[in-house]
Design a protein around this ligand. Structure first.
Ligand code: INI
Length: 167
């Protein structure tokens, strides 16, 4: 029996793309900051000239899937992280944005085979979002760990048509 597991250290040459929404950037900037901190502490080069990490800003969560799709299709990244904050208002806009970004991110992941971490907060209030972006915990940190786990897990899994797992 082979047990496949992702790793959180000795990640090697993993290349990561991050897509982050500017909308509600009071929240998304804090998610990004914790995400970069966690990646850096787990051995990913997050310095400005890094070959391991690229960052794309988009206007809002609605645009995240399109840009994630482009990055995933490039073949450059073993894992993507999406960061956004959708906060309920007085109109149904929240529901449309939430539906598009959640379904869109899942579709990108399945259609390209590149794992895409869903780091989009969907909350009723700004307070709830901030509680998840630094006031209580910061989920940006968790999204970074989930990216390391999924990126390294996918690299360890047998590829399509293979009868033996990679060494
Ligand atoms: N984008 C978000 O990321 N969060 C929101 O809460 C939000 N609301 O509430 O409107 C939001 N809207 C912008 C949307 O993502 C697109 O950028 C915009 O509609 C242009 O396509």
């Amino acid at each position: 029996m082979t047990v496949f597991e992702g790793r959180f250290t000795d990640i090697g040459g993993l290349r990561i793309g991050i897509v982050v929404g500017r909308f509600n950037d009071l929240v998304t900037a804090k998610l990004l900051s914790a995400c970069l901190d966690a990646l850096s502490r787990h051995g990913i080069d997050t310095s400005p000239g890094s070959e391991q990490l690229d960052l794309a800003w988009v206007p809002g969560s609605f645009e995240i899937p399109l840009v994630a799709q482009r990055l995933a299709a490039s073949g450059r990244y073993q894992v993507l992280i999406t960061l956004g904050a959708v906060i309920k208002g007085d109109t149904p806009h929240f529901d449309y944005v939430c539906a598009e970004v959640s379904k869109g991110v899942a579709a990108v992941s399945r259609s390209t085979g590149v794992p895409v971490i869903f780091g989009v907060l969907t909350t009723d209030t700004m307070q709830q979002a901030l509680e998840r972006a630094g006031i209580k915990s910061n989920l940006g940190w968790s999204y970074a760990l989930q990216a390391l786990e999924m990126g390294s897990l996918m690299a360890a899994l047998p590829s399509a048509g293979s009868t033996n797992p990679p060494s």
